[in-house]
Design a binder for this molecule. Structure first.
Ligand code: SAM
Length: 420
């Protein structure tokens, strides 16, 4: 029947389309796996949170004791204050998104077969043997300690269909060509049609087919500006390290003040035919208005739509109350168009109109890790297919993409993978 067809399509693609709705459910593990032949992303390392287990749920474990919480609530109740202008706008935005989010969530709750499938998304058989124990590199520290660090790229040059499933332990055994390159401030490319294994100081990184990374600080991003605009990018995904009060965030990666993002060379990275620009924004109103009033205008990007990422647990429930002001269970992806070069009659290319009605539902992975949703945007990406895609501030790589940031190999560490 149609339900089981949809489910088997979901198992293949990682995307489940609900009937009569612009809401979809995404399993990032399955989406990412389409970039690999010999390896698979390990579901248990992708999903460290939000599955029922003996460990307490991170969202429900509030550090303060119940009595302290009660006291806090009382204090707030005693001093009611009216919302300031910014808070009022935030509430209004939330009220606008709310019916759409509720409808999307309802679709998920009605899909019993999918809900059943969610419970098993995390099942796998552990990580790539001897890699499991190794500590991960912090590239941000490494860059300071060893700016001339090298990466060894082990490329397979044979037919991707011939990939044996009995991989040897050592990645070098199965390689056909080894290239040694500077790890930082350098474009490292796997041009082959199958993943490569990169080695940096005894740690291994799985590099998807036809992808490259450029690991550098913001200052060197300009080196990625193409010499000719027709080799620019049609899809530009940006997830900036916004400043954030959370101490937990601070321990994960460095952040930058907003003014640094104003000078991102979006215009120069744009393809002659234009680009769809997708920017992840948190729910802080200060940020949303900065993006609309300053950032997009500075980039020359015209606003097109907001998409919503709704976060659920493995049992289908929202990760927090939808109306909880300081911890909304959703984030916003702001979409806009960056015009390419004008054509001979002085017009910009015309872009496909977008509506604010897309809800992407998934179970969150690691802290701040965004679901891979490029597939859902392809219809709106200007230019020829396949589009040229780049992710700015990336922590992972995808087949066919350029990944730039100060730690684009973070989630490529072999500890996040299992052998196929
Ligand atoms: N989209 C990513 C994901 O899904 O995992 C998360 C990106 S995270 C919000 C922002 C990234 O920007 C972090 O990896 C951080 O280390 C990086 N970053 C911070 N300051 C930077 C700088 N000056 N230059 C380059 N990258 C920087």
């Amino acid at each position: 029947d149609s339900e089981s067809k949809k489910l088997s399509l979901f198992y293949e693609s990682g995307i489940y389309y609900f009937n009569d709705s612009n809401a979809v459910f995404v399993d990032p593990v399955r989406v990412l796996n389409r970039s690999y032949n010999g390896f698979k992303v390990s579901p248990s390392s992708y999903y460290p949170r939000f599955f029922e287990s003996s460990l307490p749920n991170p969202i429900s474990t509030v550090t303060s004791s119940p009595t302290k919480r009660k006291r806090k609530r009382k204090r707030i109740a005693k001093q009611p204050r009216s919302l300031n202008d910014r808070e009022l706008i935030a509430v209004q935005r939330h009220q606008e998104a709310r019916p759409l989010l509720l409808k999307g969530h309802e679709c998920l709750l009605k899909s019993t077969a999918l809900l059943e499938a969610l419970r098993t998304l995390k099942n796998d058989s552990g990580c790539w043997k001897r890699e499991c124990q190794g500590a991960q590199h912090s590239f941000i520290e490494l860059r300071q300690e060893a700016p001339l660090l090298e990466v060894t790229l082990n490329l397979r040059l044979d037919d991707p269909d011939q990939v044996p499933n009995d991989f040897e332990d050592s990645p070098s055994v199965r390689c056909c060509e080894q290239i040694v390159l500077p790890a930082f401030n350098n474009l490292v490319a796997n041009d082959t049609k199958v993943e490569a294994v990169a080695e940096i100081q005894n740690n291994h990184y799985i590099i998807p087919r036809e992808s490259c990374f450029y690991m550098s600080d913001l200052g060197q991003l300009r080196n990625l500006i193409p010499a000719h605009a027709d080799s620019g990018f049609n899809l530009i995904m940006v997830d900036p390290p916004w400043e954030n009060a959370s101490a937990y965030q601070k321990s994960r990666y460095p952040t930058l003040p907003n003014r640094y993002f104003l000078s991102l060379p979006i215009k120069q990275l744009t393809h002659t035919n234009g680009a769809l620009v997708c920017l992840w924004v948190t729910n802080r109103e200060k940020l949303r208005s900065f993006v609309e009033r300053e950032l997009f205008p500075a980039w020359g990007v015209s606003f097109a739509a907001n998409f919503y990422w709704l976060k659920v647990k493995a049992n289908g429930s929202l990760i927090s109350d939808l109306d909880f002001f300081h911890h909304r269970p959703y984030e916003v992806l702001v979409l806009g168009y960056s015009p390419g070069k004008m054509n001979s009659s002085g017009n910009h290319s015309s872009f496909k109109p977008l509506k604010d009605d897309h809800v992407i539902i998934s179970i969150p992975g690691d802290y701040s890790r965004k679901p891979p949703i490029a597939d859902l945007l392809l219809d709106y990406v200007p230019g020829l297919k396949p589009p040229r895609c780049i992710e700015l501030f990336a922590r992972e790589m995808m087949g066919g993409w350029v990944a730039w940031g100060n730690e684009p190999l973070h989630f490529q560490d072999s500890t996040y993978f299992v052998e196929r």
